[in-house]
Design a protein around this ligand. Structure first.
Ligand code: ACO
Length: 327
């Protein structure tokens, strides 16, 4: 029997501490007015004691509870993150151990802010291969640990959080098309956490590296408004659908002005583009699953309704991509 994958449950979790723009203006030279007008961000959540695996474990536990799924029934756990607890073990391994998913293999996906889209696509393929029936796909980040808190041009943009979905096998296709893209020639526009060579066999002095997130903001802005509409059109073409056939667009929440411009370029009502960047800032791989879960919780999106939903991510790599759902 041919099997397809279906999103059976959605959840999200954010650390308790909220930090407003005014809070930030107490510790750096910025203002609520600058941050709101340039980005649409008003608040973000910042982890004070939880690491990425803690946020992702919470998401995994909530998904199991919500769907009444015993942990040992999971076949895989994929975690998308650019802020893992360790280079090794993977964050997914930590989550697998924490929830006791003894029959699941666990794997991290590193594709920055496109991570959830990449992981969801891979998970869909795992299920469509008929080899696996059930898995968790989680996007989780504690970006606050890789921010340079003395750099106002990046520190104000990001927030911590996690979101995820339970993906299960079904007879009907719910994922209609996807289109993943990478341009490694533009990698230097967004970087963090370089691990330099330092063995006795490397030439000294060793290269000095900046461990913090660095971003060519304008370049990323231009990349998003140029390449994302094309990616969305290419995804729709694969499903033989048109821009107007999509009920809702859930784009990576990096900047509300990017979303405004993409809506305009596609000639689609801005109301179809859901946003929550105001509350969370840019949570990288977590932004799309958090937005998805909030839309399901509000009743804007109804699982099993057949609404057409476009999920689109973009970020470091450079990576970008879309998944078109009949949710
Ligand atoms: N508060 C006050 N002033 C600031 C701040 C701040 N937090 N940050 C920068 N400024 C100042 C700058 O110093 C500059 O001042 P100057 O003109 O005197 O030199 C001025 O504001 C304008 O700065 P720009 O960088 O030109 O501002 P811009 O309008 O381009 O907005 C922004 C910057 C918000 C970063 C924008 O370029 C952007 O959103 N880019 C895309 C970012 C993005 O999408 N990132 C995430 C994608 S990938 C991922 O999610 C990991």
């Amino acid at each position: 029997m041919i099997q397809f994958s279906k999103i059976s449950a959605t959840v999200h979790y954010t650390p308790e501490k909220k930090v407003t723009n005014d809070d930030l203006s107490q510790i750096m030279d910025t203002s609520d007015e600058w941050i709101r007008t340039r980005t649409g961000i008003a608040n973000r959540h910042i982890a004070t004691s939880e690491n990425t695996s803690d946020l992702c474990t919470k998401v995994a536990q909530l998904l199991l509870e919500k769907s009444n799924t015993p942990a040992d029934k999971l076949d895989f756990i994929l975690v998308a993150s650019m802020t893992p607890d360790y280079a090794m073990p993977s964050t997914a391994s930590l989550v697998q151990g924490n929830i006791g998913a003894s029959n699941a293999f666990a794997l991290d996906v590193s594709a920055a802010c496109s991570g959830f889209i990449y992981a969801l696509t891979l998970a869909d393929k795992l299920i469509c291969s008929n080899a696996y029936r059930k898995g968790l796909v989680i996007g989780g980040e504690v970006i606050s640990k890789i921010l340079n808190w003395n750099d106002r041009s990046t520190a104000v943009l990001f927030g911590d959080g996690a979101g995820g979905v339970l993906l299960t096998a079904d007879k009907k296709p719910y994922i209609l098309a996807e289109e993943l893209q990478t341009d490694g020639t533009r990698w230097s526009a967004l970087t963090a956490g370089e691990l330099p060579l330092h063995s006795p066999y490397s030439p000294s002095p060793f290269k000095e590296v900046n461990p913090y997130l660095q971003m060519a903001g304008r370049e990323i802005f231009d990349f998003a408004i140029r390449d994302i509409p094309k990616n969305i059109i290419a995804t729709l073409k694969k499903a033989k659908l048109d821009v107007a056939d999509v009920d809702y667009y859930l784009l990576h929440q990096a900047n509300v002005r990017i979303i405004d411009k993409i809506a305009k370029k596609l000639g689609t009502p801005r109301l179809k583009f859901l946003t929550n960047i105001e509350k969370y800032g840019n949570t990288s791989a977590a932004s799309i699953p958090i937005l998805l879960d909030e839309a399901v919780a509000k009743g804007t999106l109804i699982l099993g309704s057949g609404q057409k939903v476009m999920l689109t991510g973009f970020g470091g790599g450079l990576t970008w991509g879309s998944v078109l759902l009949s949710i």
